[in-house]
Design a protein around this ligand. Structure first.
Ligand SMILES: Cc1ncc(COP(=O)(O)O)c(C=O)c1O
Length: 372
């Protein structure tokens, strides 16, 4: 007997989503497994994604853990090395590194070893986050080509709008123009570009979110894209009560019943990673809400109870949240609750909370037992 919350990770769904990438792109696949594989568990996710030709992540320690676990694929550090003392580790564990800054180039210059370090040169084509400016590219390429520690150079960029109507055209054209003179593998596509822009696929695609079964698009569901949810966060009802009109629920009494209703308390709260800022952002709904000073009423995030769709009520607490059971048949203490995942798209929950599926998955906390 223990607290009933649990995250179930469906590894066969992860494999199935990888096959969707494979069907869409003939490129090599660099599976993005940063942030503990978007909250799904680094090593377990990597095992399920073993057919990918590469893994991309941030932390050199995670990269070493993958090597030590026996993965032979390309392993890419997406932000490269942060300090010079990581350079010998890259060589020792045959890790590929992004280079995006002159500071990294200076560290490389001071690195005495010869070798064949695989470098992914990041070019800023409009995201303005990481990467060399277009005008720096010729000199940087020259330097890398003649550097005794460096082997293959891959050219990469990252899209800012692939998931939006604006699309990739401007960045893609810029990248193509900048890199036309070089013979080198190229990598541009995140999930949204894998799904919508075949012209970006090039030698390597870098899908993340679609592998975990969530859609990167606001206007297209994961199901429509043929993706299966990988993480299902579930729990149970641990208390049930009846409210009379006028009764309020939870901290600050942010939900007020305007009629008799039946509600349940679920063993899941923000200390599990459920967003506290969940619920529709709306002005006062007469008779039901007492809005916060910002006019924000955290009510109405979708949730499944007994497989039936209902919604959260009032403010999410650290360990619990309240749900409306008035229309849920057979709901009682012990009834199963799906917070997101199978049957309750994480994107919908994220949208209700004013965030994105990426954040919810990554925010799952260590106290939630994970079952594979
Ligand atoms: C450089 C880079 N490539 C690829 C990805 C994967 O993006 P997505 O999860 O949207 O597919 C990310 C994620 O943010 C990234 O930072």
């Amino acid at each position: 007997m223990s607290r009933p919350i649990q995250a179930r990770i469906d590894l066969s769904a992860l494999k199935s989503n990888l096959r969707v990438v494979r069907r869409l792109a003939t490129s090599r696949i660099m599976a993005v497994i940063k942030a503990n594989a978007y909250g799904h568990g680094l090593l377990r996710a990597a095992e399920a994604l073993d057919e990918a030709e590469g893994f991309a992540l941030l932390d050199v320690r995670d990269a070493i853990a993958l090597r030590e676990a026996g993965f032979r694929q390309t392993i890419l550090l997406l932000e490269g090395f942060f300090t010079a003392d990581e350079l010998p580790l890259l060589a020792e564990y045959e890790l590929s590194t992004v280079i995006h800054s002159t500071q990294q180039l200076a560290m490389l210059d001071a690195y005495p070893r010869r070798g064949s370090l695989s470098v992914w040169l990041k070019i800023n084509t409009g995201m303005n986050r990481l990467g060399f400016a277009p005008e720096q590219l010729p000199a940087v390429m020259e330097k890398l080509k003649s550097h005794p520690a460096i082997g293959e150079v891959t050219l990469m960029t990252h899209f800012a709008h692939a998931d939006e109507a604006e699309g990739v055209a401007e960045q893609l054209e810029r990248f193509k123009g900048l890199t036309a003179a070089y013979r080198a593998p190229r990598s541009l596509a995140n999930s949204a570009a894998v799904l919508r822009y075949p012209a970006t696929h090039a030698e390597w695609v870098r899908p993340g979110i679609m592998l975990y079964g969530a859609s990167p698009f606001a206007d297209t569901s994961a199901q429509q894209l043929g993706l299966q949810p990988v993480m299902t966060l579930s729990s149970e009802i641990i208390s049930v009560r009846e409210l009379k009109a006028g009764d309020r629920v939870g901290y600050a009494g942010l939900f007020r019943a305007d009629k008799c209703m039946r509600i349940g308390t679920v063993a899941c709260g923000y200390a599990d990673g459920y967003p506290r800022q969940s619920g529709r952002v709306e002005p006062e709904a007469p008779g039901t809400h007492r809005p916060t000073p910002g006019g924000y009423a955290p009510t109405g995030t979708p949730v499944l109870v007994n497989g039936q769709r209902t919604s959260t009520l009032g403010r999410v607490s650290m360990d619990m949240l309240s749900v409306d059971l008035s229309e849920v048949s057979g709901a009682e203490v012990g009834s199963p609750v799906t917070l997101w995942g199978n049957g309750m798209p994480v994107e919908e929950v994220a949208a209700a909370a004013g965030t994105i599926s990426y954040e919810l998955m990554c925010a799952l906390t260590a106290r939630v037992p994970v079952e594979y």
